[in-house]
Design a binder for this molecule. Structure first.
Ligand code: 5GP
Ligand code: ZN
Length: 114
């Protein structure tokens, strides 16, 4: 998607603070962190949201869930814990229509979320 900000970040056309990369995903620090650790895990292949992902990038959701513990451990969150969030469409609070997992940590999380 030529006008997608996360496709541009994945292609290194827009700079970001990269914390992890492999052949299928990148992980970057969020530009407006909502917690002391706020990392976005982004598939390199474009898919708009979790409703589309199975058709667009088979197996990627399970793959991301296997990579997140490695990224969390690297960020020092393995012992104390963290939160993983996928906002979906407008009601779900999604503002960038390229699927991403938020990895949040370093403070106590509240429930229910806002
Ligand atoms: P959403 O609201 O779609 O669940 O999450 C989008 C996230 O992407 C937000 O937390 C926002 O701060 C972050 N974000 C938006 N644009 C950029 C950017 O250009 N660079 C980085 N690193 N994060 C971004
Ligand atoms: Zn994209």
């Amino acid at each position: 998607m030529s006008d997608c900000i996360f496709c541009k970040i994945a292609a290194k056309e827009i700079p970001s603070q990269l914390v992890y990369e492999d052949e299928r995903v990148i992980a970057i620090n969020d530009i407006q962190p909502a917690a002391p650790v706020h990392i976005l895990v982004i598939p390199k292949k474009h898919s708009a949201n979790i409703m589309e992902i199975a058709a667009d990038d088979q197996g990627i959701a399970g793959y991301v869930m296997e990579v997140i513990p490695q990224i969390a451990a690297q960020a020092g969150l393995a012992e104390e814990g963290f939160r993983v969030v996928v906002n979906t469409k407008e009601i779900g609070g999604q503002t960038v229509p390229h699927i991403h997992w938020h990895l949040l940590g370093g403070r106590n999380m509240k429930w229910p979320p806002g």
